[in-house]
Design a protein around this ligand. Structure first.
Ligand SMILES: CC(C)(COP(=O)(O)OP(=O)(O)OC[C@H]1O[C@@H](n2cnc3c(N)ncnc32)[C@H](O)[C@@H]1OP(=O)(O)O)[C@@H](O)C(=O)NCCC(=O)NCCS
Length: 197
């Protein structure tokens, strides 16, 4: 287990992460049109992404990923329904909450919603993250009005902990965040007797 936090450079899994209907692997530049098609008003309502969201935005985002993984900021996966299939969503693992804390965020495009993709993606990402990086907790920070995302958090097995006031920043504006979190035992992992960081 790493003693530095966040672990860096962050390493991708050797093969796609799969659970139920979801297949998570790396985004590529071939995914750019699918990303742009999937980022609708509902995604932009809850996630601070450029609005309107263009192919240039998606390209810039993909180009930033190498730096983000190298400095331990996070890894953002494509969500697909089959290996090599089109991107239908995104699930990211981020390290910005202090020692031992990871965070998961996600969106699924309108055409693929309601099939359990966000739930499966969140769960498999949490399992892989605990096994690979050993965080003490993985948080999902959800605006209290985002009923769909709250449902995903609970369905994936995270526990509701309360509201962190001004817990997130959306385009420079503080917003409250309902905090949902996984501890290792929530996904069947035994935490180490003592952490290294
Ligand atoms: C929220 C979002 C990720 C859900 O994705 P999804 O793949 O459709 O979610 P799932 O199919 O895994 O749904 C899981 C559960 O949530 C419920 N759910 C999903 N969207 C919902 C909504 N808008 N309102 C109420 N419940 C909803 C599903 O019915 C399902 O319930 P169940 O466990 O009782 O069957 C998707 O709507 C989205 O991308 N929204 C915009 C971006 C966003 O809010 N991201 C999260 C920011 S914190």
């Amino acid at each position: 287990m790493d003693t530095a936090w966040p672990p860096r450079p962050l390493r991708w899994p050797g093969r796609p992460l799969t659970r139920g209907p979801a297949v998570l692997d790396r985004m590529t530049f071939d995914d750019v049109p699918a990303i742009v098609a999937a980022v609708d008003a509902e995604v932009l309502r809850w996630i601070a992404m450029p609005d309107p969201y263009t192919e240039a935005d998606a390209v810039a985002y993909l180009m930033s990923q190498g730096t983000l993984s190298a400095r331990g900021a996070g890894l953002t996966f494509a969500v697909r329904t089959e290996a090599g299939g089109p991107l239908v969503g995104s699930a990211g693992l981020h390290f910005r909450g202090g020692p031992g804390v990871a965070e998961i965020g996600y969106w699924v495009g309108p055409a693929a919603r309601g099939r359990g993709l966000a739930t499966a993606s969140t769960r498999v990402l949490a399992e892989w993250a605990f096994a690979t990086f050993g965080p003490r907790r993985i948080e999902l920070l959800i605006e209290p009005g985002n009923a769909g995302s709250a449902r995903v958090a609970l369905a994936a097995g995270a526990a509701y902990e309360g509201v962190r006031r001004a817990g997130i920043v959306h385009w420079g504006r503080p917003r409250d965040a309902a905090v949902y979190a996984f501890l290792p035992a929530d996904v069947g992992h035994r935490p180490p007797a003592r952490y290294g960081w």
